[in-house]
Design a protein around this ligand. Structure first.
Ligand code: SF4
Length: 341
C-alpha cells in the first residue's frame, strides 16, 4: 500500500515518532505518497538518506523564501484553455491528471498536484484537444501533470489515440516517474497504450539518483524501449541528493546503460518551501564541467533553468568559448585550460 499519512510514515520506520507533529503540519499543506517500491528502497539501500530526502516530508517545507512562488515556471500565464500550456510555438503541455504515484518534496507543481485534484473532465479534455487541432503549428504534445502513467492503459490509450488522430501532431511525449516508483505498472497493456498510431512516442523518465534505477526499474524501462519507444531522462539538481560529480556521473551512466538518453538536468525551480533543495547555478555549472571531463557526450544532459515568470527553459551553461573579436576565440578544454582558436 502506498504510504499517505504521517502516522503511516512513522509506522513504516520512515520517520521517528517525535517528528509526527511536524509531519502532520506539512501534510496539511502538501500531499504525501510513497509507493511500496520506494519505501523498500529506502529501507534496504539508502544509508545516506538520499532517496528518503526526495519523498519523506520535512518541516523545512513550511518555510517559504521571498523569491519562491506558487507557479514557479509560469504555467498559468500560458494556459489558453484548462489543461493546456502553450509556451513555445510548436509544442504544448497537456495536463491530463493532477495526481502522481509519489509526491516529490521539491516538486515544481506542488501547489497544483495532490489527491482530490483529479483528471480533466471529458468536456475539458474535448476543449483541450480542440485547441490542439485548431493550431497547426503544434508538432508535439507533452502529456504531463501530475503523472499521466497513473491512468489505466485503457484511458491513456484512448487519449493518445485521439491526439495521434490530429494530422499535424507528429510526436507524443509522456513525462513520468511511474517506471521508477511503481515499475510493476509497466505491463504490456500499458506499453501498448503508449504507442501513438502512425506517430512517434517518447517517454521522459524522471529520476535523480542512480540507486533509483533498481533491477526492477531497469526491466520496466527495457519493456518500454523494447517496444520501440525511445526514452530520455529528466533529473533535478538537488542539494543532498545528487549535487556531487560522482553521483551525477553514476546516474547518467545508469540512464545510458538503460538505453535512456540523458536529456535535462533541471536547476531546481523556485517552488514554495524548497530552498533546502536548491543549489546555486554556479554549483550546477561546476558539476556540469566535472561531468564533461568524466563521461562521454552520450551521457551529457543539458543543464537548464526555467526562467521564473513563464519565460521558458534555457541552457545555463557552463560556456566554454570566449569570443575575442577579430582575434578569434579562446576555448576551454576539459581540464579548464584556455586554448586559442
Ligand atoms: S512526479 Fe513530477 S509532478 Fe509528481 S510530485 Fe514528482 S515532480 Fe511533481
Amino acid at each position: 500500500m502506498t504510504i499517505r499519512l504521517p502516522s503511516e510514515l512513522v509506522a513504516a520506520g520512515l520517520a521517528p515518532p517525535e517528528k509526527l507533529a511536524d509531519l502532520a503540519r506539512v501534510a496539511q499543506r502538501y500531499a504525501i505518497a510513497i509507493t511500496p517500491e520506494i519505501a523498500a528502497l529506502i529501507d534496504r539501500a539508502d544509508p545516506d538518506g538520499r532517496i528518503a530526502r526526495q519523498f519523506v516530508p520535512d518541516i523545512a517545507e513550511l518555510t517559504t523564501s521571498p523569491d519562491e512562488r506558487a507557479d514557479p515556471i509560469g504555467d498559468d500565464a500560458h494556459s489558453p484553455v484548462e489543461g493546456i500550456v502553450h509556451r513555445y510555438p510548436d509544442r504544448v503541455l497537456l495536463k491530463l491528471v493532477n495526481v502522481c504515484a509519489v509526491y516529490c518534496r521539491f516538486c515544481f507543481r506542488r501547489e497544483m498536484v495532490g489527491p482530490g485534484k483529479q483528471m480533466l473532465s471529458p468536456g475539458k479534455l474535448d476543449a483541450a484537444l480542440a485547441y490542439i487541432a485548431a493550431h497547426p503549428q503544434i508538432w508535439e504534445v507533452i502529456l504531463t501533470g501530475g503523472d499521466p502513467l497513473v491512468l489505466s492503459a485503457r484511458r491513456l490509450g484512448e487519449v493518445i489515440r485521439r491526439i495521434a488522430a490530429i494530422d499535424h501532431v507528429k510526436i507524443v511525449r509522456l513525462h513520468t516517474r511511474v517506471p521508477v516508483v511503481s515499475p510493476e505498472k509497466i505491463m504490456p497493456a500499458l506499453v501498448r497504450a503508449l504507442k501513438a498510431p502512425g506517430k512517434t512516442t517518447y517517454v521522459a523518465l524522471h529520476a535523480n539518483h542512480p540507486r533509483e534505477l533498481t533491477p526492477a526499474v531497469r526491466a520496466a524501462c527495457a519493456r518500454i524501449v523494447d517496444a520501440g519507444i525511445p526514452m530520455v531522462s529528466q533529473s533535478v539538481l538537488l542539494r543532498g541528493v545528487n549535487d556531487d560529480a560522482a553521483t551525477l556521473e553514476a546516474l547518467m551512466r545508469a540512464f545510458v546503460e538503460c538505453r535512456i538518453k540523458p536529456y535535462y538536468l533541471h536547476h531546481a525551480d523556485l517552488a514554495p518551501g524548497t530552498s533546502h533543495f536548491r543549489t546555486t547555478i554556479e554549483d550546477g555549472q561546476a558539476l556540469m564541467r566535472a561531468l564533461r571531463g568524466r563521461v562521454s557526450g552520450l551521457a551529457q544532459p543539458t543543464y537548464v533553468l526555467d526562467i521564473p515568470g513563464g519565460y521558458g527553459k534555457v541552457p545555463v551553461g557552463p560556456g566554454y568559448v570566449d569570443m575575442c573579436g577579430d582575434a578569434g576565440a579562446m576555448v576551454e578544454d576539459i581540464n579548464g585550460v584556455k586554448r586559442a582558436y
